[in-house]
Ligand binder design. Structure first.
Ligand SMILES: *Cc1c(COP(=O)(O)O)cnc(C)c1O
Length: 218
């Protein structure tokens, strides 16, 4: 696998306005650095500990996104590393992010994670509950909603993800129509190696790609 070549190929293919996020779980800092040097601007980490290691090695040469489920006891560390947290799915976690950001004088941009596959074991808020959650979070200081993120179904035919992506976009539109203070529906983070083309057709402007860049790990 040639990381640089893979990234150039993907970047060439992405339409204007769609950003590539490199999903780097399991990658060593030199691999992440190669990705950044090849033109990746957004780096997505699933685990706070891995993110800390990578961040110490690489620093502010990328925008660091938290794309994994965040536990409350990891929030303090997470807010000191990440530039964006894509996985907010409860008011409890939002309050903890707000509290820890207030302590260090930071305002954290976040995405609400939508459980668009509607599978009970997955993280994310159900689409029908997302507007109410957005409204609650909008009232907090030190945290600012700027988009939505969804996984959709991870296996199976990528076409199966299309209705999930479409529904997530609709949720974004309905939150936008609420005109909440300090809520800006700028980003839709949807689609992975197998499904990013479909996600883009359904309105994604951030695609999170791992195995297509770094090789199969799953
Ligand atoms: C691993 C991961 C991806 C990338 O998946 P690939 O199929 O390897 O492209 C995207 N988003 C999240 C949240 C992930 O954990």
């Amino acid at each position: 696998m040639n990381i640089t070549q893979n990234i150039r190929q993907i970047l060439n293919e992405l339409p204007p306005g769609v950003q590539l996020l490199a999903a780097v779980k399991g990658c060593a800092p030199p691999e992440i650095l190669e990705a950044i040097n090849a033109g990746v601007r957004l780096v997505g980490e699933n685990y706070v500990q891995e993110a800390e290691r990578a961040y110490q090695a690489i620093g502010q040469r990328a925008e660091w996104h938290c794309i994994g489920h965040l536990q409350k006891n990891k929030v303090k560390k997470a807010v000191s590393i990440f530039d964006v947290i894509e996985t907010v799915d409860s008011v409890e976690i939002a309050r903890e992010i707000a509290k820890r950001c207030a302590e260090i004088g930071k305002v954290m941009p976040v995405f609400i994670e939508i459980n668009s596959g509607c599978e009970p074991q997955k993280s994310g808020v159900l689409p029908e509950n997302a507007p109410a959650l957005a409204k609650e979070i909008a009232g907090l200081s030190n945290i600012r909603i700027i988009g939505l993120m969804t996984m959709g179904p991870v296996s199976g035919n990528p076409e199966d993800a299309r209705p999930c992506f479409a529904e997530t976009r609709k949720v974004g539109e309905s939150i936008r129509r609420m005109n909440l203070p300090d809520v800006e529906m700028k980003y839709l983070s949807m689609g992975m190696s197998g499904s990013y083309r479909i996600a883009i057709e359904e309105g994604a402007n951030i695609v999170r790609i791992g195995s297509l860049i770094f090789g199969g790990r799953e």
